[in-house]
Design a protein around this ligand. Sequence first.
Ligand code: HEC
Ligand code: HEC
Length: 154
Amino acid sequence: MKIAGIISLMVTLFVILSGCKKEDSDNNASMTSVHNETESHNNGEACMSCHNSGGSGEGSFNVAGSVYTEDLSTANANGTVYLYSGQNGTGTLVATIEVDGKGNFFTTASVIPAAGVYAQVKGASGNVKNMSQLFTSGNCNSCHGVGTAKIWVN
Ligand code: HEC
Ligand code: HEC
């Protein structure tokens, strides 16, 4: 009984762990979001929990997240995310990532330097918000919507 219990536990664990992987997904795909595109999904979730080198999602993202309007539930489509070396849009513009037609943005390109970046998010309307802290993780939704508010701009 004990052995059988251990075996069934191991089988269960294997099923759970292998369920996170999909052998035929292309983790080496190069992908970057563009305005109006609607292939993304799972707004608000931490994209890189699946879109990583061994994960189920296609492409291993280096930067990804979701943008909302002030109500924190309406997706804010077709804006732009800028990553700068300095605060409030100063220094060098390190990367520009278009927010897609579903309000999500993503890129598999390794755009964040070791020194970190400051984010600026511009809504399609032209309104701008800046993140004041320097960060090195591009998994924006791992903080936004978890320990801090969702990313929003009107
Ligand atoms: C729970 C796991 C999971 C999460 C979280 C997740 N994805 Fe995915 N994603 C997948 C899987 C699996 C696929 C491939 C199958 C499909 O299209 O549903 C995929 C497909 C995609 C595609 C389409 C790729 C193509 O070329 O067809 C895009 C774009 C995408 N995801 C973006 C995102 C973004 C942006 C986020 C975060 C807001 C995200 N995903 C969160 C698992 C996930
Ligand atoms: C390590 C956690 C973390 C990560 C990763 C992160 N953020 Fe933030 N973000 C915060 C915190 C905390 C604040 C609030 C304090 C501040 O502005 O620095 C914030 C603030 C912001 C703001 C300003 C919010 C407001 O209402 O003024 C924007 C815009 C923003 N982040 C965008 C992003 C984008 C885009 C990414 C990914 C490219 C990202 N953040 C990654 C933690 C994070």
